[in-house]
Ligand binder design. Structure first.
Ligand code: S3P
Length: 428
């Protein structure tokens, strides 16, 4: 994809359904009793990997596009798959599903693409192992392929060294099957979609500060789920509206769960013209329309408990920081190194290629912004990382010359219509 500078963006759009919630719908729907109807399901490659894995375990899932119906077989209704469970590029699928597989009365082999085979699975193998799970990394390197022999599990209290919703959720899923209560304490609160959905599906789950406690379940019950727009996908358009001159963009129906809204907080810290119009809604997952206008941004420091609330938005925040007045510091974000690519590297190298003043640090980066200096077009190595491809596409809208995004099709992981949606907003 070749991207060029534009003179403005305007209009309204809806971003696709939340990726985290869509994955959880498939998993909870599969082990609940009855039909879980999902509206606004994300038809991205990652969530389709979750569908394909649970279909292989005997779950009937109708996928009609925006509406997905999961015919759940109950807590103990999964069947052994004859084939390898292939999670593709999806860390959420492998880590959450491992918690379920650890408790089944059959053995599974789980694998994924080249990126997944490099990402750390020890973080889920260790706590599940403490619960009694039998999980082996086939190549003994703490990565996929994983061989998971289901067994009886016991409840534990796990003090997680990382604030990771994938780790927490994998343990909570296993906890549904354990013989006593399971607790997870995190250093900082991570996204809580699993907890909210467990409660909706009938599980006994309580959150107190940074600790979540789940009791073993006898049965979960199907629900209708309306998936809000993904704030991580909205983030590209929020940033675009702020940094592209002459722009006003409205993004409709975005999920603004307080464990996910770090992007909004950062925009406010950066002096952005951003309006959050909350909808009148009673759901545990609040929704809002977000309106952004071209703004003179100011630098800020991002770290600590804010990081898990915006971890996937750091690539696009880094692009914004190039146009902010002053020095933006991103710290406590070493988790970036174990995402779909090493995102400290992929952000810093690509920003440097575009002429930005940026240095990598051990746990983040330091960006000296300049509102008066446009980035310059460059060849962007997306490293097949969807968030890098989308962030640098937005950077390209403000850059002089051609910005060429290599392997831009990787946006299909979370936002297949990304380029189409963007195209419609460009002022001609
Ligand atoms: C996710 C949790 C986060 C996030 C990922 C989705 C989830 O990962 O980066 O895109 O759905 O639970 P970590 O748990 O590794 O932080």
């Amino acid at each position: 994809m070749v991207v060029n500078k534009v003179n403005g963006l305007s209009g309204e759009l809806k971003v696709p359904g939340d990726k985290s919630i869509s994955h959880r719908c498939i998993m909870l729907g599969s082990i609940a009793k009855g039909d879980t109807e999902v509206y606004g399901f994300l038809q991205g490659a990652d969530c389709l990997s979750s569908i394909s894995c649970f279909r292989k375990m005997g779950i009937a899932i109708e996928n009609e596009g925006e509406r997905v119906v999961i015919h759940g077989n109950g807590l103990h209704g999964l069947k052994k798959s004859d084939e390898i469970l292939d999670v593709g590029n999806s860390g959420t699928t492998i880590r959450l599903m491992s918690g379920i597989l650890a408790a089944q009365d059959f053995e599974s082999k789980v694998n994924g693409d080249a990126s997944i085979q490099k990402r750390p699975m020890g973080r889920i193998m260790v706590p599940l192992g403490m619960m009694g799970a039998d999980i082996k990394s086939e190549n003994d390197n703490g990565c996929a392929p994983l061989l998971i022999k289901g067994t009886k599990l016991k409840g534990i209290h796990y003090n997680s060294p990382v604030a990771s919703a994938q780790v927490k959720s994998g343990i909570l899923f296993a906890g549904l099957y354990a013989d006593g209560e399971t607790k997870v304490t995190e250093p900082y609160v991570s996204r809580n979609h699993t907890e909210l959905m467990f409660r909706d599906f009938g599980a006994d789950i309580v959150t107190a500060g940074k600790t979540v406690t789940v009791k073993p379940a006898e049965e979960l019950y199907a629900r209708r789920v309306d998936v809000p727009g993904d704030i991580s996908s909205a983030a590209y358009f929020i940033a675009a509206g702020l940094i592209v001159e002459n722009s006003v963009i409205t993004i409709k129906d975005v999920g603004i769960n307080p464990t996910r809204d770090g992007m909004i907080e950062v925009c406010k810290m950066m002096n952005a013209d951003i309006e959050i119009k909350e909808k009148d809604n009673s759901s545990a997952e609040p929704v809002a329309d977000i309106i952004v206008r071209t703004s003179g941004l100011k630098a800020c420091t991002i770290g600590g408990e804010l990081i898990p609330k915006l971890i996937d938005e750091i690539p696009i925040i880094a692009v914004m920081a190039c146009y902010a007045e002053g020095t933006t510091i991103i710290k406590d974000a070493q988790e970036l190194k174990v995402k779909e690519s090493n995102r400290i590297d992929s952000i810093v190298n690509n920003l440097k290629a575009m002429g930005a003043d940026v240095v990598a640090t051990e746990d983040g980066m330091i960006i000296n912004g300049n509102p008066d200096k446009n980035l310059k077009g460059a060849k962007i190595d997306s490293r097949l990382d969807h968030r890098i491809a989308m962030s640098f596409t937005i950077a390209g809208l403000t850059a002089s010359g051609d910005t060429e995004i290599l392997n831009s099709e990787c946006v299909d992981i979370s936002y297949p219509a990304f380029y189409k949606s963007l195209e419609r907003l460009i002022k001609r």
